[in-house]
Design a protein around this ligand. Structure first.
Ligand code: ZN
Length: 482
């Protein structure tokens, strides 16, 4: 039986014991990027954060299903495409590739499913139609708006009251709306923009509706965990809740809302006008990706994180200290081992105690900052032990070295550093195929759930033709190559 994990839930504003909806499983949705530019440092933080959180759940024996979207229909993409005189999807493909390239370097493991808006238009139209049918949505000249007054929990996540929001609303709001806070579910087509046919005339989805539709499609009407940056709490996540719960009547839509803290650069807000909007690829010209990753996880994910050259250099030096300990451990492994002594037996117990403390810190809302302090304590023990063995011209305790090696790899693996990627090379083509297979398996599950057995069978046939053996187990579908 694994120990309890406590997570800070933005919805309740408390740390709560994590209780999965299905024992042993975590269904997790993370808001992804709008691919109109290369990832910037503001993107690096959340995705490294959710990667560590996922790694820890998996370490604790949970089977995590991680879904992360790409907002591939958006004003910023359309504007960039128009500026460059190319198609909007060319922009998306270019920057989705860039996203993967950067995140692979940062050792961020890939989500199981990456749904894109452009591939889910019929699903989105269905959600909007349901909201209209249930009285939450209304149509004006081809636009569809969500009526916030109809949803009793509006403002619950962000802790805002509708009347206060109204007082702060700008005067130049669209007068056609029933309430100034009503937001767009669907936008009527404008010239030069991608548009799709729907019952209200040609148009495209509003921003928020995609995450409601795609998260529920792959994870169900209600699921465990939703992640994103604090800047998404309002309006994006508030609106996601209003849409999803309005649509299904199922409360709560998400059990635990997790948000990472803000990012500043040299203690200033990150903004294009200040010229401090750094791309990850530019930072990686100066610092190794592992340094950037280590820098991010050295701060607790909910605390503010300040980027600066000096802090990155500090992170590089700290990481080097850990690397030295890892090298010393490797040197100990290469020495001829001997039996235990009273000293080495007590050191072994100390290493296991540090491991427990690391895990307790992680179980307390993924406190990587504290957890890493125990990793440094362990590094010190390794260095001192190696020096003492060398000074005595003796042999290390073989069992102790095994314990140290095992624990060291385990802890570094959770924060995602010093992983030997050469051990299991996986080329990009295999990775892409894996993503496609996971996508098909998820689609088949969704079809089965909707009792659409014809579609489910067709997908199974397609998988068989790809040489995939699919097995339905009590823990869900499992697949392998023939
Ligand atoms: Zn989202």
């Amino acid at each position: 039986m694994t120990k309890q994990i406590f997570v800070y839930n933005t919805l309740s504003r408390h740390k709560e014991e994590f209780k999965p909806m299905t024992p042993g499983k975590v269904k997790m949705y993370v808001c992804g990027v709008t691919p109109y530019n290369h990832p910037h440092i503001g993107n690096a933080r959340p995705f490294v954060t959710w990667d560590v959180i996922r790694r820890f759940f998996e370490h604790e024996g949970y089977d995590v299903l991680h879904v992360q979207n790409f907002t591939d229909v958006d004003d910023k993409i359309i504007n960039t495409a128009n500026k460059e005189g190319v198609q909007w999807f060319d922009i998306c493909n270019r920057y989705i590739d860039s996203y993967f390239e950067v995140m692979d370097k940062l050792n961020v493991r890939r989500a199981h499913i990456y749904p894109r808006v452009s591939e889910h238009i019929p699903d989105i139209i269905k959600t909007v139609q349901t909201l209209i049918d249930k009285g939450f949505g209304y149509v004006i000249d081809g636009d569809v708006y969500y009526s916030v007054e109809k949803f009793p929990y509006y403002g619950q996540l962000s802790g805002r009251k509708l009347e206060d929001m109204l007082a702060g609303a700008r005067v130049d709001v669209d007068e056609r709306k029933h309430n100034p806070m009503d937001f767009a579910l669907w936008k009527a087509a404008k010239p030069g923009e991608p548009a799709w046919d729907c019952p209200w005339g040609k148009g495209r989805p509003g921003w928020h509706i995609e995450c409601s539709t795609m998260s529920m499609k792959y994870l169900g009407e209600s699921f465990d965990l939703h992640g994103g940056g604090s800047d998404l709490i309002f309006p994006h996540h508030e609106n996601e809740i209003a849409q999803s719960e309005g649509c299904t009547g199922c409360h709560p839509f998400v059990h635990y809302w997790l948000h990472n803290g803000f990012i500043t650069v040299n203690e200033e807000k990150m903004s294009k006008s200040l010229g401090n909007f750094f791309m990850v690829i530019d930072i990686l010209k100066e610092f190794a990706p592992e340094v950037l990753r280590f820098f991010i996880v050295s701060t607790h994910y909910r605390s503010p994180l300040d980027f600066s050259d000096a802090r990155l250099k500090e992170a590089a030096a700290s990481l080097e200290r850990l690397r030295t300990a890892g090298d010393n451990l490797q040197a100990l492994n290469l020495m001829m081992g001997a039996g235990p002594t009273a000293e080495s037996t007590s050191l072994s117990a100390r290493v296991l105690e540090l491991r427990d403390k690391f895990m307790d810190a992680m179980r307390d809302d993924f406190n990587t900052a504290l957890a890493i302090s125990y990793l440094f304590a362990m590094a010190k023990e390794i260095n001192v032990y190696k020096s003492s063995v060398e000074a005595a011209k003796g042999k290390p305790d073989g069992k102790l070295v095994d314990v140290m090696t095992h624990v060291w790899k385990e802890l570094c693996g959770i924060i995602g550093i010093f992983e030997d990627k050469t051990a299991a090379p996986k080329d990009a083509a295999v990775d892409q195929e894996d993503a496609k297979i996971n996508d098909l398996v998820a689609k088949r599950q969704a079809a089965r759930k909707a009792k659409n057995y014809a579609e489910a069978d067709a997908i199974r046939k397609q998988l068989t033709e790809m040489g995939i053996i699919l097995e339905d187990t009590p823990q869900g579908p499992k697949w392998k190559r023939q």
